[in-house]
Design a binder for this molecule. Structure first.
Ligand SMILES: O=C(O)CCC(=O)C(=O)O
Length: 272
């Protein structure tokens, strides 16, 4: 599936795009059920009492069905149109979020490098925990990238609650919708429940130059399972590799190799 030119323009202009009902009811029910199995059995979700966020990294890698999201023509088509067909899958978190998430970016890069694909598994609205974004804030020249334009400091700077910062856009979604955004985009969430279910797939551009590889290595220092405290023997689980065909492997090889350089003690040898 290729996004329309308008969807792509929307994505690059505003830093995000929402695909409505990309997954049908039966598909999203299966995705949700398998997510629950993962977070309950290996993610500590069985201990979740709402006092804190429950987090697991990675998510899809722990489940054979969820691994196939990386083969899904919709995910592959959209990501290829944005990052190129040789994009790298860069892991992703699974969450029971509890309460608000303050304004932040996931990274800042001089040009497009990383995107996040977000599956919200419950209906979420502006005031019940949907993703809110500041459109255009991903552009390096955006005023939102100035030191004195930090929405996380809205109360101190402008006397405005962070949830009321002007210029924001709530991305209200129903299960089956997919929100995709630049890592550089300011985003937050307010008013959600104590058990807001959401998981992500991060995707990054394939590295071709030494500069690209340096960027990837730096990314892996802070954003990979082991950097978040989850030791799975490398960038991906064995299950992700063992169930991969050649098409999927194309999206795994580079980061597994770079992971071995960045985290040599935390990468088991495997022949790819
Ligand atoms: O849904 C949320 O609470 C925020 C999600 C988020 O910040 C992220 O995935 O980076």
């Amino acid at each position: 599936m290729r996004p329309t030119e308008q969807q792509l323009k929307h994505f690059h202009t505003f830093g995000y795009v929402v695909f409505r009902q990309l997954f049908n009811a039966a598909e999203i029910k299966r995705i949700t059920d398998e997510f629950e199995t993962v977070i309950q059995t290996v993610g500590g979700g069985d201990q979740h009492d709402g006092s804190n966020r429950t987090l697991i990294v990675p998510t899809i890698d722990h489940n054979k069905y969820l691994c196939t999201l990386l083969d899904d023509p919709r995910i592959v088509g959209i990501t290829s149109a944005i990052l190129g067909s040789d994009f790298n899958y860069a892991s992703g978190d699974g969450n029971y979020y509890s309460g608000d998430t303050g304004w932040h970016v996931d990274g800042r890069y001089p040009k497009l490098f990383a995107i996040k694909i977000a599956f919200y598994l419950d209906p979420v609205t502006r005031d019940t925990g949907c993703l809110r974004v500041i459109p255009g804030s991903h552009h390096p020249q955006s005023p939102w990238q100035q030191k004195d334009m930090q929405p996380s400091q809205a109360e101190e700077t402008w006397g405005v609650a962070p949830s009321e910062v002007p210029g924001q856009m709530p991305l209200e979604t129903r299960p089956g919708d997919l929100a995709i955004f630049y890592h550089d985009l300011l985003h937050a969430s307010f008013g959600g429940s104590k058990r807001r279910r959401m998981f992500t797939m991060n995707m990054v551009k394939h590295g071709k130059t030494q500069g690209d590889l340096d960027r990837i290595d730096n990314y892996l220092k802070y954003h990979c399972p082991v950097a978040h405290g989850f030791k799975i023997g490398g960038m991906y689980t064995d299950l992700m590799f063992d169930t991969a065909d050649d098409a999927r492997l194309k999206h795994l090889t580079q980061l597994q190799e770079r992971h071995a350089l960045v985290h040599p003690d935390k990468t088991r040898n495997r022949v790819l």
